[in-house]
Design a binder for this molecule. Structure first.
Ligand SMILES: [Zn+2]
Length: 146
């Protein structure tokens, strides 16, 4: 069995939470335990992730990182494979495009990277995603300044 906290990190409250999740998993299945965990984690993770930014309202457009966009149909505001997307602003200016898909197959990942190359964006991908922790990926795009 994997352990993610030991010794002083594993407080009594931590052990009680693990026991409650373990029982939920046993009775209602791992999907329900993941949903319960995500329900607790999602909002504080998103808040921590965005504390240095404001979140743009309206169309979450990756093109705004590099150009003006009217968001007309066909403008490809979001890269292929995008889901649960946001545009993060720093000092009111587009800084980071975030999208949190449940999965990316090889073809879609290649299309996403091609989109980034075409528009001068750099990409980073993490498994620590606030939308549905444990179930979604975090894809971030920035203007490529290299
Ligand atoms: Zn757009």
């Amino acid at each position: 069995m994997s352990r993610f906290a030991d010794g002083q990190d594993a407080t009594e409250l931590y052990r009680q939470a693990v026991c409650a999740l373990r029982e939920l998993c046993r009775v209602e299945g791992p999907g329900q335990a993941m949903r319960a965990s995500a329900q607790v984690l999602s909002t504080p993770m998103w808040r921590a992730f965005t504390e240095d930014y404001s979140v743009s309202r309206g169309v979450p457009c990756a093109l705004r990182l590099v150009q003006h966009c009217q968001h007309d149909p066909g403008d490809q505001c979001e890269p292929p494979g995008s889901d649960h997307s946001s545009l993060l602003l720093r000092n009111r200016r587009p800084d980071t495009f975030v999208t949190q898909p449940y999965s990316l197959d090889g073809t879609t990942l290649r299309q996403m990277l091609d989109y980034a190359d075409e528009h001068g964006l750099k990409v980073s991908i993490s498994g620590i995603s606030p939308h549905f922790p444990g179930k979604t990926l975090l894809v971030m795009m920035h203007r490529n300044t290299d």
